[in-house]
Design a protein around this ligand. Sequence first.
Ligand SMILES: [Mn+2]
Length: 354
Amino acid sequence: MISYGTQLVFRLEDSSGVAVVRRAGGVLARELQFDETRAGQLALVITEAATNIVKHVGYGEILLRALHQKNAAGIEVSGVEVIAIDKGAGIRDLHLQMEDGHSTAGTYGIGLGAVRRLSHEFDIYTSPEKGTVLLMIIWADERQVQPPFWQVGAICVPIEGEEVCGDNWAIAARQGALTLMVADGLGHGPDAAIAANAAVYLVAQHADQSPSIILQRAHNDLHGTRGAAVAVSKIDPGNTRLTFAGIGNISVCVSYTDSSRHLVSHNGIVGSNLRKLQEFSESWDSDALLIAHSDGINTRWNLDLYPELRYCHPGLIAAVIYRDFSRERDDATVVVIREAGNTAAGLINSRSGA
Ligand SMILES: [Mn+2]
């Protein structure tokens, strides 16, 4: 499994935005060769999420990303992940809203129950006065999708006004071993993206190497670019230790229900100024969350403010941290990882084969 990539961001302010994001979803569906049924499901899900934001909150964001997975038979399957984010009042009667067919009586278009049924993966987190985040995934052929060992959530979006993101991230993973890199190219815009992309490109090539060796290679490869802050985390094949090496301002922590440990990066710029490379190691337990983010996110986030959030899909954890702690003057990236066997009972965590 290799995951990576920045998202398409749609900032919604009025109903004209709904059509824009629906069209973008249509383009993605064609690129990924969705059949008519799947393309239609995606359009409905996007339209519903976007309409809810415009109608009930007035402002919010929809993030779209293409997903690619290879199953044990070597068959590649594509999907689209839709994340909807708002800072509204929250949905008070969530369980009622999730009932199928509720829309006829309620205020929500086709209804969240229908959205859940149309999605192959669905999760929602809502909190009073803080807002709602929704995650929906539609696969081109869900029968080919295997439940992954690692559950990955990510937000990676450019500063408002830029087309490309100067941050990037990548994961290379297989049963019981995972390598994550988050890179923040200096500044933002295309030149920052060149530096960040050159760094994350190395993850797939050198997943078997240690974090410090990957970082050293990045330093060599980024020479001549603007440079970047880079952090590499690696969970060992036995899933008992996490090793880490970082240069510059990427924040990485291992979070448990009652404690969290922050990994230490050294000062410097990968590509131009790397004085000290040091590898640290932490114990890793199966109920841990690995949370890494660029400096576009304030370090003061605290999951304790969000009851039950840590049991939701990691994409929702990343979305809430981004929504409430983004500095808004920089590209922003949050990646959250957990072992998939440890989803426990989320608020509503469903996976249907519809
Ligand atoms: Mn930055």
